[in-house]
Design a protein around this ligand. Sequence first.
Ligand code: FAD
Length: 307
Amino acid sequence: AYDMLIVGGGPAGAAAAIYAARKGIRTGIVAERFGGQVMDTMAIENYISIPETEGPKLTAAMEQHVRHYDVDIMTNQQAVALKPGKLIEIQLANGATLKGKSIILATGARWRNINVPGEQEYKNRGVAYCPHCDGPFYKGKRVAVIGGGNSGVEAAIDLAGIVAHVTLLEYAPELKADAVLVRKLHSLPNVTVITSAQTTAISGGDDQKVNGLSYKDRTTDELKHLELEGVFIQIGLVPNTEWIKDVVKLSRFGEIEVDNKGHTSVPGVFAAGDVTTVPYKQIVIAAGDGAKAALGAFDYLIRSSVS
Ligand code: FAD
């Protein structure tokens, strides 16, 4: 059995593996894909000490750092079940079972897609999901934010301070965000709010970058078009917790509930990164959180009777 078995190979899992291995304990990391969401990212400019990098490059550096230590890396493996016990079991889709005295869940999250033509095609070429990450790339440009819940309205307020103009599109007849955010949004001179708007397509130009967005006015069924350079989709972030939802306590958003040392509701099971209730889903935060959960799990191991 592993002393610490980490599920997930994004920044949270990689950081946890390094912190665990440096304690000289038997460490394993099992993941579908090393790098996680970082592999899907083009420009990264907010990982402290690296002013500019790209997702695949940062992933390669993370993997190299993990391989620097004695860690069993098992990729292309999907965890499908967790069985609590003195030794905790992780079942894989291929039928194998891995055991750990402690487990760190770092399976991350995925942005909910809007599934309209152009979304996949222009990902990283004008279609974005994270204002903290990509907002500055649209300085002085026109963008749309799709989604009028708290994240959409927060994104629109944030972007309005950077870009030339923001159009916020909401499918329902009114915004769902907190009143205080909606008031703030309406006070901004460079924001237009369109409700009852169903986005139908994202279009691009010869340069393969976004140049517009089409939507249907749901009150009149009229099709309209906006010219712009960026579209931020803010209709939800889905934690990858389907496979543990009956075992580990989740929040109403499906995130794993953790305390300030990364403990979950199951003894010996810790969690870190985007999959947890820890706010602000960012690489630097996930990495810090992975380190914290590994130290929390190490604390647990030195106090536990499983040897
Ligand atoms: P993830 O990166 O999601 O990694 C999850 C890991 O778990 C992966 O290895 C995955 O394969 C594995 N996994 C999931 N389910 C299973 C399973 N059942 N069994 C086995 N393995 C499983 N953040 C920034 O700070 N700066 C940016 O510029 C930035 N840009 C972004 C751009 C895009 C397009 C996206 C999608 C995200 C961006 N982010 C950015 C957010 C950042 O990537 C995440 O916050 C970060 O990767 C979260 O790390 P994590 O380790 O918690 O999870």
